[in-house]
Structures are given as structure tokens and as C-alpha cells.
Ligand binder design. Structure first.
Ligand code: ADP
Length: 433
């Protein structure tokens, strides 16, 4: 109520009181005329209030307010204008929402909004074709009930969405989808889903090609190696230059064999997501065997190799895959550490899970190389690697094996002091005896 209406209201009341006093003067009964006058005013005010109530309750968006006299007319008009302003803002917002919904509906990628508990709130049309969501039945359902792939459940629950997840579509096995989750607002989730079937097929073709070539090269190479061995065994009386050439040929063909074996192992590791067998693996025994092999590999270089087993925890997984991963790390330490250096292998567990580390006193690796070290054929120093006979695939194998065992690889290194490679396994993978 503004100042103007304040004055008018007081004037009206004064007028009413004066009129009542005049009637009182004529009739001689001031009390009654005052009571009747105020009663009439109260009844009129209540009637206006009732009209406003009816209008607010029943009026259609564009219906003008009822005519009101004085202050009540002004109140009706103010409410009406306020409502018109709100309607205009509402219409503008609705237009923006409609445009956003139209554009997201036209997207080929699925956009899904989930609340903080992972229940479906909103999705576009592509989500129906890619994930089979149904409007409106699925609204409010937990997303893990509708996308039932075990890897999705793990991915969703781990709360770390730095990397996208690739799985088959829940409604069509031949369609591969890539899911990417971003958190926003009050811990709500925005999930983007893309059809990556073509990229997946190309990737599959690449893997199959490498696996087939490696497999096909294996037999001829075995024959060549066999003949070279026979020739070297019968090299008496042969020109020493030829013997040297044969020895070099044997060395290189052995390298090729190691390379083919590593390529085939990588192809096998990539073929499935989780290890085929999920047996309890006694890591302490495995590490003891690997340590003995490392001592044999170290031979005259006389490195000091120690093993400390802090706990007898077992790991769920594939023994042969874990052996490949752990021996790659230990043998790398033997290969790259100078004679009489030290190599320390540890196995322990804590509330974060179980851990296996290999620490050496070798030359170390510059920090800039660390992020790329697990890439295939990535080498810090190619001359150093060719001397050691490495294939460049060792750490790629380690990375893949760990991925399949819910593990991660941590590499810490100080140049000139050595490196520590640590495999961390999630508590879900550990069996405490
Ligand atoms: P390679 O077969 O060449 O050893 P890897 O994938 O096992 O291939 O290792 C990649 C590179 O990482 C190696 O070429 C080497 O330069 C470096 N590297 C691995 N382990 C060690 C280590 N313990 N000390 C120093 N460098 C290492």
C-alpha cells in the first residue's frame, strides 16, 4: 500500500465516522449508529475479500479481475499485473526449455539426467533407442536396474568417472555404447551415451589382424629357430665368420619369438574384459618362484634380490596372467639395474586392498616418460632397450592384466636412484586367509 492509499483510507474512515456521528446526532443514539456504520463497512470489506478469493481460485489465465472500488480495485489490478508479468516470464522460460528439449531430442547421442541416488529423472529420445529406456514407466527407476551389465554397476558405484566405459547396448548385443558420466549440481549425474559400434569394429579388426599375423608367423619362426640351433650345434669346422652370423641370427629370431609371444598374450588379454578364471591365487608362492627365476636371470651380475611377504593374502584372478605381470616387473628390474644393485619385492595388504611392489636401485626413469611408459613399444632409451632384448610390450601387458584384476599400476622414479613399480589391487579382489 503506498502513501497515497494510506491517506485515502484514513479519509474514508473519517468520512464513515463523521456520517455515523451525524446519524447519531439525528437519532440521538451514537453507539448504535457507530456500530451499524462499522458493521456495513466490515460487510462490504468481507464481500470484496470473497470476490478476490473467488477470482483467484477460478479465474482463467487471461480473465480480467472483477471491478473493485477504491483500494480493493487497486489490489485487484496489482495482482492481475503481477500475474501477467509471471505468465510472460513463464512463457519465455518454457520456450527456452522447449528449444533445449527439441535440440537434445534431435541429438544422436543419448543424454540422461540422474538424481544423486542414480534414479532416472529425464532422458532424450536417443536414450530410448540406445539403452531401451521407456517413457514414462522408467522415470524414477535406478539406472543400474535398467543397464544391468556388471561392469556398468562397478563403474557407476566406484564414483570415478575420469575414463568412459564401453559396453554392449542392453537391448542389442551387436551395438557397442560408450558411457560418460559427469557430476553436476547437488551430486546429480549427467550421463552421455554414444554409439561406438563402428570404432569398436575397427578396433576389433586391428586386434584380430595382430593376433592372426602373430599366430601365422609363429610356425615359420619355430622352423627357422630349430634349423639355426641345429646348424650352430654342428658348427665345428665352419668358418668363424659364419658361426658369428648364425649366432646373431639365432639371437634375433629368439627376440622375434619373444615379441610374437607378447603380442599373442596381449591379444588374448584384450579379447575378454575379466579374467576367464577367478581362482584364489597364492601370491606369496608365485612371488617366490618369480624371485628364483630372477636370481637365475641375474646370474653373474650378482644383484641382491630380496622378497618380503608381509601378509599371506590371496588374490582372485588368473594365476598365469598375474605371473606374466609380476615377472615382467621383476625381470625389468633385473634387466635395467646395474650389476650388484638391489631389487626388493614386497607383498602386503591394508584397508585400501593388497599391493605388490618392485623397487630397484637402477638408473631410474625421467618423470616426463612415466605417463607414456605403459604404451606399446614405448621406450625411454631405444639403445638401452635393444641391449636388454626387451620387446617394448612388457608394461603394456602389466597394465592389461591389472585392468582385468581391478588393479592399477603406480610408477615412482628418481633418476640415478631407481624406480618403484607398485600394483594396487582393490579390496574386492583380495581374499584374506
Ligand atoms: P621392454 O621390453 O623394453 O623392457 P617394457 O614395456 O617392459 O619394455 O618397458 C618399457 C620401458 O620402460 C623400457 O624400455 C625401459 O626403458 C623402461 N623401464 C621399465 N622398467 C624399468 C626399470 N625397472 N628401470 C628403468 N627403466 C625401466
Amino acid at each position: 500500500m503506498n502513501q497515497n492509499w494510506h491517506g485515502t483510507l484514513i479519509r474514508h474512515l473519517l468520512l464513515l465516522v463523521t456520517a455515523c456521528l451525524l446519524v447519531g446526532l439525528i437519532t440521538g443514539d451514537y453507539g448504535w449508529s457507530m456500530a451499524v456504520g462499522l458493521g456495513i463497512y466490515l460487510a462490504w470489506t468481507l464481500k470484496q475479500l470473497l470476490r478476490m478469493h473467488n477470482w483467484l481460485r477460478e479465474h482463467k489465465p487471461d480473465e480480467p479481475p472483477p471491478d473493485g472500488y477504491g483500494l480493493w480495485g487497486d489490489v485487484f489490478d496489482s495482482i492481475y499485473h503481477q500475474q501477467r508479468r509471471d505468465q510472460r516470464v513463464h512463457a519465455r522460460l518454457q520456450a527456452v526449455i522447449d528449444r533445449i528439449q527439441e535440440s537434445t531430442a534431435a541429438l544422436r547421442d543419448a543424454v540422461i539426467m540422474l538424481d544423486s541416488d542414480g534414479n532416472l529423472e529425464w532422458w532424450n529420445r536417443a536414450a530410448e533407442t540406445l539403452l531401451g529406456l521407456k517413457t514414462p514407466q522408467d522415470s524414477g527407476q535406478p539406472v543400474t536396474n535398467l543397464v544391468r551389465h556388471p561392469r556398468f554397476k562397478d563403474y557407476f558405484e566406484q564414483n570415478n568417472y575420469a575414463e568412459p566405459l564401453e559396453i554392449p547396448s542392453p537391448i542389442n548385443d551387436r551395438v557397442r555404447v560408450q558411457l560418460l558420466i559427469t557430476r553436476y549440481g547437488n551430486n546429480e549425474h549427467l550421463m552421455l551415451v554414444r554409439d561406438v559400434t563402428r570404432i569398436h569394429q575397427l578396433e576389433q579388426m586391428r586386434k584380430d589382424f595382430v593376433a592372426n599375423v602373430s599366430h601365422e608367423l609363429r610356425t615359420p619362426l619355430t622352423v627357422i629357430c630349430g634349423y639355426l640351433e641345429t646348424l650352430i650345434d654342428n658348427a665345428e669346422g665352419m668358418n668363424p665368420r659364419w658361426v658369428r652370423a648364425l649366432q646373431q641370427m639365432q639371437q634375433q629370431s629368439e627376440r622375434m619369438q619373444a615379441l610374437l609371444n607378447d603380442l599373442l598374450l596381449l591379444a588374448k588379454l584384450e579379447a575378454t574384459d575379466y579374467p576367464s578364471d577367478n581362482q584364489p591365487v597364492v601370491v606369496s608362492t608365485l612371488l617366490q618362484i618369480i624371485k628364483n627365476d630372477a636370481l637365475a636371470l641375474s646370474a653373474q651380475r650378482k644383484q641382491r634380490i630380496t622378497l618380503s611377504i608381509v601378509n599371506e593374502a590371496k588374490l582372485k584372478g588368473s594365476e598365469s596372467e598375474l605371473r606374466s605381470a609380476f615377472s615382467n616387473l621383476v625381470f625389468n628390474a633385473v634387466k635395467y639395474t646395474q650389476a650388484e644393485g638391489t631389487i626388493h619385492i614386497r607383498w602386503w595388504d591394508d584397508e585400501q586392498g593388497a599391493h605388490m611392489s618392485v623397487q630397484d636401485s637402477g638408473p631410474g626413469i625421467e618423470t616426463k616418460h612415466l605417463p607414456r611408459l605403459t604404451e606399446r613399444f614405448y621406450r625411454v632409451d631405444s639403445s638401452r632397450a635393444s641391449n636388454t632384448g626387451g620387446t617394448g610390450l612388457g608394461l603394456a601387458i602389466v597394465k592389461h592384466v591389472l585392468l582385468r584384476h581391478r588393479g592399477t599400476l603406480e610408477i615412482v622414479s628418481v633418476v640415478g636412484k631407481g624406480c618403484t613399480f607398485t600394483c594396487h589391487f582393490a579390496p574386492a579382489q583380495v581374499i584374506n586367509s
